[in-house]
Design a protein around this ligand. Structure first.
Ligand code: AMP
Length: 191
């Protein structure tokens, strides 16, 4: 089992790359953003609770995340391990994940960050807004999501550096180029 956190700001290409990694290494791809979008679409109680928060580009309260994650891990288990896409996003979430992994007799093996500059990210997100019509892809909301990333999510870099798990690669270039770079790092970490 190899458990990977794919890390990076909104629009860094985590989702696209996570799907490809999942396929190649037979891993479960857990995207908390996707889980929330599905809940909203299905009009569930959870969906109704998080809809406004997500549309503003703010973070869903930490307390809601860990149960969602626990059940996603149960439902989605795959022999290769797990890719976390969009989780954790705060220090308390990272601490909760550490505890959950101990519970499951697992660990996070690698935190791999995709480095992209902010202007590129905003450009990509605006294109995605036109293509997919995501409600949280307007320019104002995108700027808020970047601010939220810097304030609440980027402290995780230090958290995982301290654990010796953090690696970053350039997230610019073609999807194939980036994917090849990711695979090299994963192959090395898997040994
Ligand atoms: P994403 O698809 O990962 O960009 O997530 C879309 C939105 O879902 C985010 O902007 C947050 O509002 C919410 N979300 C997703 N994952 C998390 C998380 N781990 N913690 C808090 N909110 C989250």
């Amino acid at each position: 089992m190899f458990n990977l956190i794919l890390f990076g700001p909104p629009g860094s290409g985590k989702g696209t790359q996570a799907s490809r990694i999942a396929e190649k290494y037979n891993m479960a791809h857990i995207s908390t953003g996707e889980i929330f979008r599905r809940e909203i679409k299905n009009g569930t109680e959870l969906g109704q609770r998080v809809k406004n928060i997500i549309e503003k580009g703010d973070l869903v309260p930490d307390i809601l995340l860990i149960d969602i994650l626990r059940s996603a891990l149960e439902i989605d288990a795959k022999p290769g391990g797990v890719i976390f896409d969009g989780f954790p996003r705060t220090l308390p979430q990272a601490a909760d994940l550490d505890i959950l992994m101990i519970d499951l007799k697992q660990k996070v093996n690698l935190v791999l960050a995709l480095e992209v500059n902010e202007e590129e990210v905003v450009k990509r997100l605006l294109i995605r807004a036109q293509q997919e019509g995501r409600k949280d892809d307007t320019e104002e909301v995108i700027r808020n999501r970047m601010a939220v990333y810097h304030k609440q999510t980027s402290p995780l870099i230090q958290y995982y550096e301290k654990q010796g798990k953090y690696k970053s690669i350039r997230g610019m270039g073609t999807i194939d180029e980036i994917f090849n770079g990711i695979c090299q790092v994963i192959d090395k970490a898997r040994g």
